[in-house]
Design a protein around this ligand. Structure first.
Ligand code: ZN
Ligand code: ZN
Ligand code: FE
Length: 762
């Protein structure tokens, strides 16, 4: 049979991942002629083949994909017969609508790691070694298509040897855009705050290690931003970092050299190990081997020279039995840890509420925090934090979706009619663009609580719009009137009169996000346990039970409203929430109670706050389960003022005891759950552990009670489901409950929900 000419378009993550040489090699193997090139929608192949050959070729193509590639769709059309002498890789075709995916940044691959430590290799010890299957991508891209000239590697002229690798289709570094070597690539420099020390490359690494061992704090430029690093075994160094960063208690992430070192620091199950070693290399929250502030000395993990040094400083994660660990993901990290032989505290370099620092100018704000800076001259174009994940009941739960994962696309169970831009929420913000059946969710942007963070937010929106040449028809945003995102959305609408606005209720968006990720196309029973989100009645929702579809929702039940004394202030001060509930239970008599919450205020404060509560002065009503956690933490004397978001929930997790059975009373009628009986019972409890454990059980019982009459899938979302204990208990009771795995249950998943809410908009 005579071969025909086919034009094949492959959509997905197919650029910058070694796809063209892969197609080239495959075509040669099949003895086919034609060409392959990068286009705006993906990879385009022209092929002369018989229908049978074509089928076999496409099957092999899907089965043997390069490690970083993923295919969303393959379109094949027969076209006018063309003649080819052989199979060739041709230059990029730039015409047409842009729908190709930007590959995320991934960790160094095994082959590059081997070369890095091979004295015979020409890139031995080179801190920027990379190939087609590993390394930076998103963080260095200005524009698509993903070619060197569209990345921050354009400032480095390849040497002859690198160029030979780059242009050889059979080389592992064929079109590896960030390719470089000692001769031609980026240079490492060690500096002292604003001062240059003239120390470069290998010497810079040696000196950095020396300083870290001395207890110094070093800012180290990574993939999507800088880290602040210090010796994780050195209490004084960690304390210094805490003091300088004004971060008294929030746990620090720790980078371990390898799995062996990680196992010395934490208990690691199989799923957790897979995540630690994955190409995404997230921070994984693990059960620490450092308990109750005491270091457990594990003799098997120590060598003779380190007998007196603890495995890890106790103030890395004070009072917590969990530790966030990750493994080195760049050659530079590997080189540092190889020489250091100790775990490193590696926390994002930023001021609280500010975005991650991505250049020396933004690092200026941290001048007083670090002693030295290990810098290089490859520009970070797009900032990207480390991702954070945990494993609960055998499932991966992502808490911060950034490096390694973003901006990989999420496939919807339907096609959108309009191009939608979603603005996300105010905390843990991410933004998203949606077109066809695809959503591109930005990496974690953070809380929009400062001018700097709002600028970074706008930059992220512009980046997505620019790279994808995306002109939205709908802008979707939260209903909260004071969110920064709304101000930005409104200014976009003012600039573009054709842009349609769509407001999406916060908790509806939470549930919709999970439905979209799980490709659910029908109704679900959604439980949104959250901090606070703006409700349709203007109250601060967060303990919501809703029957949800893409077209809307019915709020079937909620936690009965209680007053947040001082509004915004109550979010940081659990004692205010608890006090409000005490007033609710006992009225003025609460002031005479002998409970930790009352003792956490002065007499005058108590009097003023009682009047505020009674008269309803700045005491917005809320149904938030997040705030309920806060209240319980204060009532039990665990936490009255939080030093970081989520602290109260973490402290409650610590005290949970699985052997305690039973729950506290609550009343459920008329779609409202009265929690005052629960509060009263907690006050009567003598044992804190019992109180905490029964409180967790009570929340599960509430879900079970409200859910009982419904024959719909049970979907969980909202920031409260970051709580491992609660999630485990709900899964134990309802093994089929659904939680998102690739978007966070917290507000980082809101943008996806906002996008899919536009499904039926004409
Ligand atoms: Zn590699
Ligand atoms: Zn070179
Ligand atoms: Fe939320």
């Amino acid at each position: 049979m005579e071969p025909s000419t086919y034009k094949i378009t492959i959509e997905g993550t197919v650029q910058g991942v070694g796809f063209r040489p892969f197609v080239y090699t495959l075509a040669k193997r099949f003895g086919l002629t034609g060409s392959v090139c990068n286009g705006t929608q993906g990879v385009e192949i022209e092929l002369n083949a018989t229908p049978e050959m074509l089928e076999r070729f496409l099957q092999a193509l899907q089965e043997e994909l390069p490690p970083l590639a993923s295919i969303d769709a393959i379109h094949t059309v027969e076209c006018e017969a063309l003649h080819f002498d052989d199979f060739q890789i041709v230059t990029t075709n730039q015409e047409g609508e842009r729908t190709v995916r930007i590959p995320p940044d991934v960790s160094i691959c095994a082959e590059c790691e081997k070369e890095l430590f091979d004295p015979a290799n020409r890139r031995y010890g080179y801190p920027f070694i990379t190939c087609t299957h590993c390394g930076v991508r998103y963080s260095i891209i200005y524009d698509l298509p993903y070619d060197r000239k569209n990345t921050s590697m354009k400032f480095f002229k390849m040497c002859k040897t690198c160029e030979a690798e780059y242009t050889d289709p059979l080389d592992r570094r064929y079109h590896a855009q960030p390719i470089g070597c000692w001769e031609c690539g980026p240079t490492l420099k060690l500096g002292m705050r604003n001062e240059e020390l003239g120390i470069e490359d290998n010497e810079a690494i040696d000196k950095t290690v020396e300083f870290l061992l001395e207890g110094k704090i070093v800012a180290v430029k990574g993939v999507g931003g800088y880290h602040l690093m210090c010796d994780a075994t050195n209490d004084a160094a960690v304390l210094k970092l805490r003091e300088r960063k004004q971060r008294p208690a929030k746990p620090f992430a720790v980078m371990a050299r390898d799995m062996e070192m990680a196992r010395g620091l934490a208990e690691i199950c199989e799923e957790e190990e897979t995540l630690l070693l994955s190409k995404e290399r997230p921070i994984v929250l693990l059960k620490s081997k450092v308990e109750g502030g005491q270091v457990i000395h594990d003799s098997s993990q120590r060598d003779k020279s380190q007998t007196t040094r603890p495995l890890i400083a106790t103030n890395v994660a004070p009072n917590l039995s969990r530790i966030g660990l990750f493994l080195p993901y760049t050659p530079l990290h590997l080189l540092l840890l190889e020489r250091l032989k100790r775990p490193l505290v590696a926390t994002s370099a930023n001021l609280s509420d500010e975005p991650i620092c991505t250049d020396m100018a933004s690092l200026e704000s941290l001048q007083g925090v670090y002693d030295y800076v290990l810098e290089h001259d490859r520009q970070i174009v797009n900032g990207c934090d480390d991702s954070v994940v945990m494993v609960v009941a055998g499932q991966e739960v992502i808490l911060r979706r950034a490096r390694g994962y973003a901006p990989a696309s999420i496939k919807l169970p339907f096609s959108l009619r309009k191009r939608t831009l979603a603005m996300g929420a105010n905390q843990k913000n991410t933004v998203a663009i949606g077109f066809d059946n695809q959503v591109i969710l930005s990496p974690h942007i953070g809380d929009l609580g400062s001018i700097g963070s709002v600028e970074y937010y706008e930059k992220n929106i512009e980046t997505l719009k620019r790279i994808y040449e995306f002109a939205p028809e709908i802008v979707a945003y939260d209903k909260h009137p004071n969110y920064e995102s709304i101000k930005v959305a409104k200014s976009l609408i003012t600039q573009h009169s054709t842009l349609n606005a769509l407001t999406v209720q916060h908790h509806h968006a939470h549930i919709l996000g999970v439905m979209a990720e799980k490709q659910i196309d029908g109704k679900v029973f959604g439980v949104a346990f959250d901090g606070t989100g703006y409700g349709d009645d203007g109250k601060l929702w967060g303990g919501e039970f809703m029957v949800c579809g893409y077209d809307g929702y019915e709020r079937v039940a909620h936690i009965d409203y209680f007053k947040l004394i001082g509004g915004e202030k109550a979010i940081k001060e659990p004692r205010r929430v608890a006090l409000g509930l005490l007033f609710e239970c006992f009225g003025e008599a609460a002031l005479k109670l002998d409970v930790p919450t009352i003792q956490a205020f002065s007499k005058t404060q108590l009097h003023t706050l009682y009047i505020a509560w009674q008269k309803g002065l700045n005491t917005p009503l809320s149904s938030s389960v997040g705030r309920l956690f806060d209240a319980v933490a204060s009532l039990l004397g665990l936490c009255h003022v939080m030093s970081f978001e989520g602290e109260s929930g973490m402290l409650l997790e610590e005290l949970y005891d699985a052997s305690v059975t039973g729950h506290y009373p609550f009343e459920y009628k008329g779609g409202e759950i009265d929690i005052l009986p629960t509060i009263a019972a907690i006050l009567d409890e003598e044992d804190v552990t019992v109180a905490v454990s029964k409180f967790f059980n009570t929340l599960v019982e509430m879900i079970a009670t409200v859910y009982a009459p419904y024959d719909l899938p049970l979907v969980l979302s909202g920031g409260v489901f970051q709580n491992r204990i609660l999630l485990e208990l709900v899964f134990r009771r309802f093994p089929d409950a659904i939680i998102s795995n690739t978007i966070p249950p917290n507000d980082g998943g809101i943008a996806l929900g906002q996008i899919v809410a536009s499904r039926f908009i004409e």
